[in-house]
Write a protein that binds this ligand. Sequence first.
Ligand code: SF4
Length: 253
Amino acid sequence: MTEIIYAGLVDNSTLDYPKKITAVVYLCGCPYRCPWCQNKDLLTMNSPNCRKTDTKEIIKELQENYLIEAVCVTGGEPLMQEETLELLKEIKKETKLLLKIDSNCYYPKRLMKALPYLDYFTTDVKAPLDQRYGKVAGLPEQWEEIVAKVKESHEILKKWDNPKEARTTIIPGLLETKEEIRETAGIVKEVGFTEYTIQQFRPENTLDPSYEKKQSPPRELMAELAREAKKKLPNTRVQIVTLEGGFEEIKNK
Ligand code: SF4
């Protein structure tokens, strides 16, 4: 029996795996404290929303759901718990579902062990790989350690040939300029991500309440930043996601 700290499962998302109806498994714990995070109830293992469960219970729920074609394991940071590796292994062994995780690249050794079970991988490229990364992750003092781990994970991902998506959130006062997006797009290119999603910060239920007073960047700015990224990434699918327009692909001019 493997126990894992888990916050629940959403049955049939259409947003969490490209073109597939997906179950989303929410695991607890995250090493970062992004001030703009909207999953604040999942960041610690002892959050009232989190409970221990046997991985077999999660597998059973997935097996009983005849609608889904894929499963996305997310958090928090799913690789914070070593037991997640067992969960991924069991999902692949006990179901025929396509499998994806959303990870922040803080655990390169666990990432290496997880990749053989995965069909798809999504991660944040939160900022250029310097002090700014620590600031966006809410841990400015630890930026060197964080950047070293993210870089180690990127080296592993470079050798992994399945589809992989990078995401950057545009956050007022933290990450919002064309120059910053040119730099993050450069990372996306170097690692060989197949998809790049630029998403809009939302001022709702944020970890740092002062972020609830900030404005979402407008769709026009999002599109402008994505066009800047696309110049660096002519062969990568680049898209924005906004409240106003949903998902929109940005094409070469
Ligand atoms: S947004 Fe940051 S703090 Fe929130 S779950 Fe993701 S990595 Fe963790």
